[in-house]
Design a protein around this ligand. Structure first.
Ligand SMILES: [Zn+2]
Length: 391
């Protein structure tokens, strides 16, 4: 089966069916004869990474109607499976524990009725540091921000100037259309080194008695997470995992991650240094060529990118080539001209009375030319790059 929306974890597009469940609602409960609107939710698993999700051809209007229904009383435990407390919000704050930063904004993305915000206040986080975010938050005593979490991405302007220091996003990722987009957006909202607590229902553990009490499969849950796939998604959106946990709270299975927004700048730094070093090598090569030409005739074997760049960096070298102060040789370009200067067949270098310099930087290309020069019996071959790079 294929779905128009790719898998949020691996971006794969092929799925296999898990099954389906029906749900619906009375159309008009004041009518004498009740009519019912029914839907079928198709559940599928990604064939590449196993991520579970709903195929929902219902559109935005359907989803809006779904959330307009009255939400029942929140329940985490029962007489059969009692929860350690009425609700797990204090435990969520405890999970972050000593890592709660001393300063900087603390945000709750998808704050609902403010239960987690209350737990943060109870743990000593000052109300002025808090920001409660939801589609339409209505909390007293703390700053609130209305945001469409289905629209958040990395181009959304920062909610807080310096980025949040600690974020919570609990029981949101199973509701949004594109969880990957949301996690990228949260990464862009985070200060460097910020922490993010992520919690979703965990669909991997199988404790049947608990799961039958829990309303795990319901119309609002578009994504069926496991701890493994939640971790994969987070790590591919610029987060590193500090803590991970899969556990029940009462009858509710939860996958929980404490993530850090760690900068991964290795590639940018090493590539910038490599670019500089390539430029430096090219400049030094041009200077060495000019010095060699002052000492006697020089032929250049290889008329390609590295020689062109050396001429671009050193105007003096470019002028010397234009003035035919070097003999240009190249197997593939023999007989052509470059800036009016003839390019000869390297075979003619057998009688050349001077040094023959190899111009390419990549070792593989120079090795080929050295072999050829060796079989021609050339003795005055200069492989400057090998000497310079090796020193
Ligand atoms: Zn996948």
């Amino acid at each position: 089966m294929t779905d128009a929306r790719p898998c949020p974890v691996c971006l794969g597009r092929t799925t296999r069916s898990i099954g389906s469940f029906a749900f619906g609602d009375w159309q008009d409960t004041s009518a004498a004869d009740l009519g019912r609107e029914s839907f079928l939710y198709e559940l599928v698993a990604c064939t590449i990474c196993g991520h579970g999700r709903v195929v929902h051809p219902y559109g935005d209007a359907f989803i809006t109607a779904l959330y307009a229904r009255p939400q029942g009383v929140e329940a985490w435990g029962s007489a059969v499976h009692p929860a350690p407390a009425d609700a797990p919000y204090a435990e969520m704050v405890d999970f972050v524990g000593d890592a709660i930063p001393e300063s900087g904004p603390v945000i709750d993305v998808g704050c609902g009725n403010g239960e987690l915000i209350a737990a943060l206040r109870a743990s000593g986080v000052a109300p002025r540091r808090l920001l409660a975010i939801d589609f339409a938050p209505s909390l007293a005593d703390v700053p609130v921000l209305a945001a469409d979490l289905n629209q958040l991405d990395e181009t959304t302007p920062r909610w807080t100037e310096a980025g949040f220091a600690l974020g919570f996003c609990t029981h949101v990722l199973e509701h949004v259309f594109e969880p990957r987009r949301l996690l990228r957006g949260l990464r862009a909202q985070a200060a460097n080194d910020a922490l993010l607590y992520l919690e979703v229902p965990d669909h991997a553990p199988f404790d049947l008695a608990r799961l039958l009490e829990c309303n795990l499969l319901n119309a609002q849950h578009l994504h069926l997470w496991s701890l493994d796939n939640l971790r994969r998604l987070a790590e591919s959106c610029g987060w590193t995992v500090e803590r991970a946990d899969s556990s029940f709270f009462g009858f509710v299975p939860r996958a929980r991650l404490l993530l850090r927004a760690a900068i991964s700048d290795d590639v940018a730094q090493s590539t910038a240094q490599l670019l500089d070093a390539q430029q430096d090598a090219c400049r030094e090569f041009a200077a060495a060529l000019l010095a060699a030409r002052s000492a006697g005739p020089v032929a250049l074997w290889g008329v390609g990118g590295d020689l062109v760049r050396a001429g671009e960096i050193s105007g003096e070298l470019a002028r010397a080539i234009l003035n035919r102060e070097f003999t240009l040789a190249d197997r593939g370009l023999a007989g052509r001209r470059w800036n009016g200067v003839a390019i000869v067949d390297p075979a003619t270098l057998a009688t050349f009375d001077g040094e023959v310099w190899l111009t390419p930087r990549p070792a593989r290309v120079r090795a080929g030319i050295r072999n050829e020069a060796g079989s021609m019996g050339l003795t005055r071959v200069v492989d400057w790059y090998e000497t310079a790079i090796g020193r």
